[in-house]
Design a protein around this ligand. Sequence first.
Ligand code: NAD
Length: 504
Amino acid sequence: MENLQTNLQKLDHYLESVRKSGVSNYINGESRQAISGEQFETISPVDLKPLARVARGDARDIDLAAKAAKAAQPEWAAMSGVQRQKILHRVADGIVAHAEEIAFLECIDTGQALRFMSKAAIRGAENFRYFADKAPSARNGLSLPTTGQANITTRYPVGPVGVITPWNTPFMLSTWKIAPALAAGCTVIHKPAEFSPVTASLLVRIAADAGLPPGVWNVVNGFGEDAGAALTQHPDVKAIAFVGESRTGSMIMKQAADSLKRFHFELGGKNPVIVFKDADLERAADAALFMIYSLNGERCTSSSRLLVEAEIYDSFMATLAERVKAIRVGHPLDPETVIGPLVHPVHEKKVLEYIEIGKADGARIAAGGKKHAGPGGGCYVEPTLFTHASNTMRVAREEIFGPVLTAIPFSSEDEAVSIANDTPYGLAAYLWTSDVTRAFRVSEKIEAGMIWVNSENVRHLDTPFGGVKASGIGRDGGDWSFDFYMETKNVSFATTTHHIPRLG
Ligand code: NAD
């Protein structure tokens, strides 16, 4: 990786067109301004200066996009899976070709560090390749024979889908939701997050250049309460794939109730990492630190609650505190930076307020605990470690979504399980122990959609991704994605002349 100076020069080049033309909507194969002509500004969290003017779509733009998606749906659905596979692989090729541009724009729009974002485009491309290769078998079903009856199931795309994404890692998350929808044969209307909209419009143009027909993938920028809400209410939109906060998920369900849509929700988390004294403590420390302080802690699967067995608690915390103090906060395009500025002053304020709440509730600050004076003077917050916390404190119960770790001691396996489950959320959990029987026993009892034993979050795209309780509804990954983006139809053939009751 180059140094910061070189990276800033490259950024200037990549920003040129974003500054000049702004971020537009993309509907039916055309870049367009909002029908109202209104725009909003996206700022860089590095220096709070404007990055670009963004089309501020509303219900009228959503309607236009939904009509385009509806019109494009039959042809896209009828295209052979092999043909869709080819197009989606070409989208992946386009992403790889633009990998550096995507990474740089993502860093400057979100504040995420380049060391992590340089892989975002590659992961996005992998998502496209994975689902591209599943497209030819997407319609496959089952044969379910019984006496006198042959049942054959088949699947078909549900129709135009609305995809609503959050601001934390917008590029990767958009590909994670949109690639399976397209592979299944659905057309898409995407509403990116207003805090970090820049890479979504680049992504859809890459897809168009790869040969995606007009109307198949549309992007409408705007705010949640107008463009987002209109998308969830539109009668032509058959399903909503949403990634964001739990309370927004609940709002969306209410908003959309009249149009009887199906929902896929990937929501918030307050994920426990449980460290037993028999664990490989060095690896456990590495993983716990990585899962809360990478991606600025703005990560749904972050290990935000650290539960440590009491006998090793003090020594484990001492090691951790030293390591946290050594984590480098800086400009997102500096290759040495681990933590960049948080996405927006509104979010920075929320995270700093939680740090004050933690202190007031009696948790001890072992590292960090305040704003950091970083380059550009933007939304930098020190990586923060709270020790001696209890699970009743707000910093242990509520999702902070920043580089703040709350560590709680436990004295028995039962207590660890009970603390881990004492939360409204249930996305991920991490378990560190060398006792395999305990690993099975505890993972049985933990209420979470995903559990990693002796590992940080390492994704395998075949596996189901999603949460329980307030962390979500539904699963992505493997065939689970198609379960959401496709309807299943059963056709039953009589194989005998069975008795039919005669009435009248
Ligand atoms: P958010 O809920 O505020 O916004 C997400 C998206 O929803 C944005 O595009 C926003 O404009 C839109 N929106 C807001 N109100 C809406 C409404 N009434 N109708 C329709 N759309 C609306 O979330 P955020 O602050 O952008 O993202 C952070 C949250 O996302 C965290 O809670 C995090 O845990 C969660 N997240 C979850 C996962 C996961 O896989 N479970 C992944 C990443 C982020």
